[in-house]
Design a protein around this ligand. Structure first.
Ligand code: ATP
Length: 238
């Protein structure tokens, strides 16, 4: 059984069809990336999984054999263990770093483990610990991105859905971010990453899909996609 199974996923916004019936699966423990241009449907795919947008009838979304469509967004996190780190660092700007991390655990009761997890997040991103009492809205863009990932990790971690974690980061910080994601994955969290930075995403992932205009058009091991002439031409600037 795949950890996540998506079949015939269709999503529309009003009369705009964003996803035309896509099929893909994610295996437990892997790093999978979906690459594609602006507006191709990457964010929509993640939003459908975390139930932030409705999937049309006939869409199949299953996580560990359970029908995701039975759950609302909160329960997708707390019952299924799926966290979603959205594009654009949505942190609570008027709360401190620590308060943001604590709030991510609102549905958890395992106080001791929460403390250990916070310790781990601070070890992963030492900058966050240095700024733990600072209001999140005053963090730099890169620091807010770290906080968004830390919050995701603390809320649920069977699988993390990451929407463009590299966005707006300077090259060095981008690498640091991907190293941190690798560490999270090493502890057993599956990663589903959508990225416009195709080269970086394919270097980091084991497997990838290419999405174009709401349809998946290619699938393969990440190193094959990196060497695929069509992918190179369209997404790798070669
Ligand atoms: P980007 O890399 O630019 O974030 P994306 O691949 O994540 O793009 P989506 O955000 O999933 O693309 O958008 C897919 C399509 O759905 C686009 O045509 C977009 O304009 C449209 N869309 C997304 N959100 C909405 C919305 N809230 N209302 C109407 N249309 C939307």
């Amino acid at each position: 059984m795949h950890q996540l199974t998506i079949k015939n996923l269709r999503v529309s916004y009003g009369n705009i069809k964003a996803l035309h019936g896509i099929d893909f699966s994610v295996e437990a423990g892997e790093i999978l990336t979906i690459i594609g241009a602006n507006g191709a449907g990457k964010s929509t795919t993640l939003r459908a999984i975390s139930r932030m947008v409705p999937a049309e009838p006939g869409s199949v979304l299953e996580f560990e054999g359970e029908n995701i469509l039975k759950y609302n967004t909160d329960k997708v996190v707390s019952k299924l263990g799926i966290s979603h780190v959205p594009e654009g660092r949505r942190v609570f700007g008027n709360l401190t770093v620590t308060e943001n991390l604590t709030l991510a655990c609102f549905a958890r009761k395992d106080t001791e483990q929460i403390k250990k997890d916070r310790r781990w997040v601070f070890d992963l991103f030492p900058r966050l610990e240095e700024r733990k009492d600072q209001l999140a809205g005053t963090l730099s863009g890169g620091e807010q991105q770290m906080l968004a990932v830390g919050r995701g990790y603390m809320s649920a971690r069977k699988i993390m859905l990451l929407d463009e974690p590299s966005m707006g980061l300077a090259p060095l910080l981008m690498l640091e971010m991907f190293e941190a994601l690798k560490e999270i994955n090493n502890l057993g969290t599956t990663i589903l990453l959508v990225e416009q930075n195709a080269r970086l995403a394919l270097k980091f992932a084991q497997r990838g899909y290419v999405i174009e205009n709401g349809s998946l058009v290619l699938e393969g091991p990440a190193d094959e996609l990196l060497n695929n002439p069509d992918v190179k031409k369209a997404y790798l600037g070669a």
